[in-house]
Ligand binder design. Structure first.
Ligand code: ATP
Length: 267
């Protein structure tokens, strides 16, 4: 459910995320441990709440891993799409940002996830005093309010880090840049394992071999999720006759209909 203002601890576990081990370590260090052990962090002089920017091609797990971070930390999670904060009526965008952070504070510890955060950037040749300018200023105000921000962590996601506002990429804001790449073959195998964790997979299926098939080259996590869904769908059809599990043949049939969604320019 993505009802506006809806916050809850997400049910995405680390086991649901395939690969991305280094990223996990970074996020553990910068966010999870700060939420779990605030006194320790303070004792070591780490007072500023951290903000992270996840960047990389679409469908490679930015949203997924942010939810897993919240789950691991036992924190609430608020999902916002950057463009949804933009409102042409005077003052409405600033109000939306203020309301968002006040909600986040009331349910802290809380992670606010800004999808498509590049929509909130002033570096686009827009005139001074535009809606975006004012919105970004309000955002910076909220991110700067150290005491007020206790327990509120921000994670942004973008496919286009190069258009981001420099002012927004400072420590305490979205200052920690972490790349979420397109998976390589080994990682595709790990993602397939995560995606089939709760499915009736036939014992004969070799996920390592499937992840390494040439047809899976350049597949994103989202493409692999589509592959697993299709294979399951085909298996279900078969089930009406005899199959009770997802078999290799189902994957081989499914892969024919899927092509990489991330083009060479986005990689
Ligand atoms: P976008 O930039 O389009 O918002 P994203 O990077 O946030 O994309 P997600 O929404 O996290 O991508 O991924 C989409 C779906 O693809 C996930 O819900 C999941 O099913 C699958 N997926 C992507 N990456 C992974 C991964 N590393 N492990 C397991 N599943 C993944």
């Amino acid at each position: 459910s993505r009802r506006e203002g809806f916050s809850a601890i997400p049910d995405v576990k680390w086991e649901d995320v395939g690969g991305l081990d280094l990223l996990r370590k970074e996020l553990d260090q910068h966010i999870v441990s700060r939420i779990k052990y605030p006194e320790k962090c303070e004792r070591f002089g780490l007072n500023l709440e951290v903000g992270v920017l996840l960047y990389g091609p679409p469908g490679c797990g930015k949203t997924l891993i942010a939810k897993a971070v919240a789950n691991e930390a036992g924190a609430n999670f608020i999902y916002v799409k950057g463009p949804e904060l933009l409102n042409k009526y005077v003052g409405e965008s600033e109000l939306a940002v203020r309301t968002l952070f006040s909600r986040a504070r009331t349910c802290s510890p809380c992670i606010v996830f800004f999808d498509e955060v590049d929509a909130l950037t002033t570096n686009r040749g827009k005139e001074e005093g535009s809606v975006i300018d004012r919105l970004v200023n309000q955002l910076l105000l909220e991110l700067n309010g150290e005491d007020k921000r206790r327990g509120v962590f921000v994670i942004g996601a973008t496919n286009r880090p190069e258009v981001m506002d420099k002012a927004i990429l400072r420590p305490g804001r979205f200052g920690k840049l972490l790349y979420v790449p397109l998976p390589v073959a080994r990682e595709r195998c790990l993602i397939l394992k995560a995606l089939t964790r709760n499915r009736p997979l036939d014992a004969s299926v070799d996920l390592d071999a499937i992840g390494r098939m040439e047809a899976c080259n350049n597949f994103s996590g989202a493409d692999l999720a589509a592959l697993v869904d299709q294979a399951a769908q085909i298996a279900l059809q078969d089930d009406l006759s005899e199959s009770e599990t997802i078999k290799t043949a189902h994957f081989e049939q499914a892969v024919i209909n899927i092509s990489p969604s991330v083009g060479p320019k986005q990689r």
